[in-house]
Design a protein around this ligand. Structure first.
Ligand code: CO
Length: 171
């Protein structure tokens, strides 16, 4: 089922998510719904808090070399922890909770992350480039933060002004 994606400035997005305790049917339904919702909105990643569920759950599905989002590449991560970060990269990011906006953000180039899959099996992954960006972006959601918080003061001010206007025009 496609769920509603909450958008900035919804205060729920500032919630610090909690660890999943039970790897049960409810978790699997959440993961399936998150995948449907992400694909419905043409996203490449989604955190549970974006569908208003404050749990440490995220999914990532980047397009492959043929620019196709193969479900075989889908990453489902429960209670993820980044155990190592190094390097630096700048990547143009967007977010389904800040629709229509994108900006360059500085992140670590290379990360190591540990997490659990939907069956509660422990997993470990190394990522670099776009995949490392996606992990760091989604992990930030679980901490109650958005990528726009990484903007310079000037860019953030410009964003807030444009966003307010956009919200006003919509109503
Ligand atoms: Co996002």
């Amino acid at each position: 089922m496609v769920r509603e994606v909450i958008t900035y400035p919804n205060k729920l997005l500032r919630t610090k998510s909690k660890d999943v305790q039970n790897f049960d049917e409810e978790l699997h339904t959440l993961l399936d719904d998150m995948y449907e919702t992400m694909m419905d909105q043409s996203g490449v990643g989604l955190a549970a808090i974006q569908v208003a569920i404050p749990l440490n759950v995220l999914i990532i599905n980047l397009p492959n070399d043929e620019d196709f989002q193969d479900k075989d590449d889908l990453i489902e991560a429960i209670n993820p922890v980044i155990t190592h970060k190094d390097g630096e990269q700048i990547f143009t990011e967007g977010c389904l909770s800040v629709p229509g906006y994108s900006e360059d953000i500085k992140r670590a180039e290379h990360i190591v992350v540990e997490y659990f899959d939907r069956n509660g099996e422990k997993q470990k992954m190394e990522a670099e480039g776009f995949l490392a960006v996606a992990w760091q972006h989604e992990m930030e959601h679980l901490d109650g933060h958005l990528f726009i918080e990484n903007l310079s003061i000037l860019k953030r001010k410009k964003f807030e002004k444009e966003w307010k206007k956009k919200l006003k025009d919509k109503n």
